[in-house]
Write a protein that binds this ligand. Sequence first.
Ligand code: FES
Ligand SMILES: [Fe+2]
Length: 338
Amino acid sequence: MSTAGEVRSYRDTFLPYWHPVAYAHELREGPLAARLLETELVLWRTASGVAATQRYCAHRGADLSAGTVTPQGLRCAFHGWTYAQSGSCVRIPSQPQTPVPERARVNSYLAAQRHGLIWVCLSPEPAAPLPEWPELADSATVATVPLPRLDWETSAGRMVEIVLDVAHLSFVHEGTFGNPEQPEVPAYDVEKRSDGLRAQIVYPALAPAVGSAPPRVDRTTLTYEVTFPFTARLTFKPTLFYPHTVYAVASPWSEEKMQCFYFASYHPRIRNFAELFVKSESAILEQDRRVAEGQRPRAHPLDFSGEVPVKADRLPIEYRRALAALRLGRPPDAPAWD
Ligand code: FES
Ligand SMILES: [Fe+2]
């Protein structure tokens, strides 16, 4: 399998999508530095929502994330130039009577707060809407718990692939929930959609031993839903543990580096869920991190010419095929390979 046609650059391909750049709770009253696709950003809250602009001041290149949020906009700490959400400079304190030069502006980008995250789109015309997760809308029936950002030395595509990888569960996750006795992956279908993928498997997870009781097999129904390019939602329906949903949204800093926003939703009546989830999921993800950071190349390959995919890898294969199609400027459900 090899790609055919003109491959677009990584940045150009993924620039028109919404990506998360911070958890909403990280953006407080002051500005916050962020990074996306090799673009340095500063975020701040406005009366009507969230603003995202280039991080460095047009005047003398000072770091606007060290500035102050004012009713007029973001004020630079160096000479007080103030920028509106549009990126235009609206105030130059050193010469208030003189018109603001036309070039006194910073690039501004689309920004939105949704699902507990701050999202940015670097293109004025997003290629796809934000993911729809209606179950998160009602805080009476759902609670969420975020993990600290996953700051891994890998690409966003590799990250999503490891989340979608069924065959690694019995190997990498031994000691957390993996069942080393059951490494075989049963055949499963992958539903291809224009904006994502869906698959379901039943995994015989091993619930950890409690006291002197031996570990118990917990047949867990796992539903994987991908929204292109870098979002995965996993619904866990165990028989022994609480049902919950995990959201993994990888955010590309560059072709070889990402951060992942990872959180779970659960029924708010489950009192100890958040504590248990953070503890167990952090241990699980640490197992994944060691594998993911060791993979080469770090960049998400466009095909399998350097790897050997097998049938059990079906979901990551379909995901890679879709991302390769995007790199070729085709719809993600179009064939990407000869
Ligand atoms: S460098 Fe920002 S106001 Fe001068
Ligand atoms: Fe894993």
